[in-house]
Design a protein around this ligand. Structure first.
Ligand SMILES: N[C@@H](CCC(=O)N[C@@H](CS)C(=O)NCC(=O)O)C(=O)O
Length: 223
């Protein structure tokens, strides 16, 4: 019997769900995963089953945790190695994780999250603009700084940590949209895609029922 439930949305679209799911997996929590097909916003089932009307949402051993970063912090209480032991290094990764959680909205708007099989896309297919380009430049500079501090291949170091959970769906966007990024960022994008948990997420996204696809998310790819 599992110790709780992690509620997530459609894996193909839900970048925030991926962040929460990665943190839970990295911490080794024994929870059932309940996937709710997203309607394209304000999903009735998500509203009914979660406190704030958003996924991811974790119920674990008496705790109720909503919001991806709160879930990641909760997981790091159980598995402290998800943050670096060093105070200065931890402050760096905490700041980067918080910056991701509250920022980069131009990138997220312009280059939506699609995980699984898609027609080849390029930045030209998306609503690329100066703000999104500035986000990408900032992210690549930040990754370079974090990888220099950790010695890679992950932002956290040899293993993925909270910061990697937060940036994983940013790394997938780089590949989805064939975004041109410097070598250090390319290496990080490859490391993220090669991680067994990411391979599992992509495989599970691919296996989702066809009727979970939503024009709301798919059509705007070609807008
Ligand atoms: N700040 C929240 C954002 C969560 C979020 O926006 N989740 C989306 C799915 S990716 C959602 O649940 N949207 C409601 C819906 O689609 O019904 C977090 O970090 O967890």
């Amino acid at each position: 019997m599992a110790d709780g439930t992690l509620f997530i949305g459609t894996r193909r679209y839900s970048s925030w769900s991926l962040r929460g799911w990665l943190a839970v997996q990295l911490a080794g929590l024994d929870v059932a995963v309940e996937t709710i097909p997203l309607a394209g916003g304000a999903t009735a089932e998500v509203k009914a089953k979660t406190p704030a009307g958003f996924v991811p949402y974790l119920e674990h051993d008496g705790a109720r945790v909503w919001d991806s970063l709160a879930i990641a912090e909760y997981c790091a209480e159980i598995a402290p190695a998800l943050w670096p032991a060093d105070r200065v290094h931890r402050a760096l990764l905490r700041s980067a994780s918080a910056e991701m959680h509250s920022g980069f909205s131009a990138l997220r708007r312009s280059f939506p999250c699609i995980m699984g099989s898609i027609a080849p896309l390029s930045a030209r297919d998306a609503n690329a603009n100066d703000e999104a380009s500035a986000d990408i430049a900032r992210i690549c500079a930040l990754w370079a700084e974090l990888l220099a501090a950790s010695a890679g291949p992950f932002l956290h170091g040899a293993e993925m940590g909270v910061a990697d959970a937060m940036f994983a769906p940013v790394a997938t966007r780089m590949r989805t949209w064939s975004l041109e990024v410097p070598a250090a960022a390319q290496g990080y994008v490859a490391a993220v895609h090669d991680h067994p948990l990411m391979k599992r997420w992509f495989a599970e996204a691919e296996a989702e029922p066809a009727d979970w696809r939503r024009e709301h998310y798919e059509v705007r790819l070609r807008a």
